[in-house]
Design a protein around this ligand. Sequence first.
Ligand SMILES: [Zn+2]
Length: 318
Amino acid sequence: MKTIFAELDQMATKGRVFVLSLALMLQVTACGGGNATKKVLVIGIDGIRVDILAETNTPNIDKLIAEGFFSDQARTNVRTVSGPGWSSMLIGARTDKHLVDSNNFTGNDYATYPEFLTRLERVDSSFNTFAVVDWAPLGTTASGGPLFSEAVDELLFFDGSEEGYHRADSLSVAAAVDRLENEDVDAAFVYIGDADEVSHATGTYAPEYMSAIEEADVLVGRLVAAIRARPTYADEDWLILVSTDHGRDEEGGHGGDSDQERTIFFLAHGPSVAREPIETGPNIVDVAVTALIHLGVEIDPAWNLDGRSVALRVARVQ
Ligand SMILES: [Zn+2]
């Protein structure tokens, strides 16, 4: 089991002072997560503009925000399209490294820069991982994909362009709920794509876009409820991260470098989350690194990642 004590051992062997370990131990005791098994769920909602999210009725996301850490001033890549967005978020490194700068994934360097679930499996293949996606390049060979490698224990794909993203998102979340409720999951990613699709068709200020965000919120609620329903939930320390790959321009498109397109949100929830505001706003590359560090992975400088841990109580081991 990957417990906090394993992390402390690691730190001790790295020659950190005992005082620091003791301080950490006290902090962990204070938040009650000492022996809890660390788990991560990353929920990615495509193309959410933060000001529209704020105006939309999203009780499930609001509850996570109220109990967790939230920034609506996080930043995504200069090139605000989904290919580089999801790559940077889930790898923890920028475009100049993974080499995906459009929705054509051909020429990617995912071999050197894998997403966080593959990274996790490479560190320790006993981690149980899954990803559920309905945008083809994330889960299939379409457009030079997939982002997720065969190292991930289970990669599920529901075809959004075939089924419609609204239906495919529901199928994705139902599959994820089943696994979260019934399996020994350590880390997972769930993609929700409909809001982006709807906004491309109807615009940034369309009521249809707000409705699609509200639907995404319902799906987030189902995922959170599934985690809370786990028979082992009381012994676990779940970090739930929710973010988006890019914002939108005034018409509902994206791809440029305006503030409305580059500003994204970063939401972290769980017993290990520190709620205090941070000095420098999060970046999209922080999602993967935060997930890995929560799971007790020591970030190897040779991995050349750009992200940092955001909003975690336990200092990063690096
Ligand atoms: Zn997108």
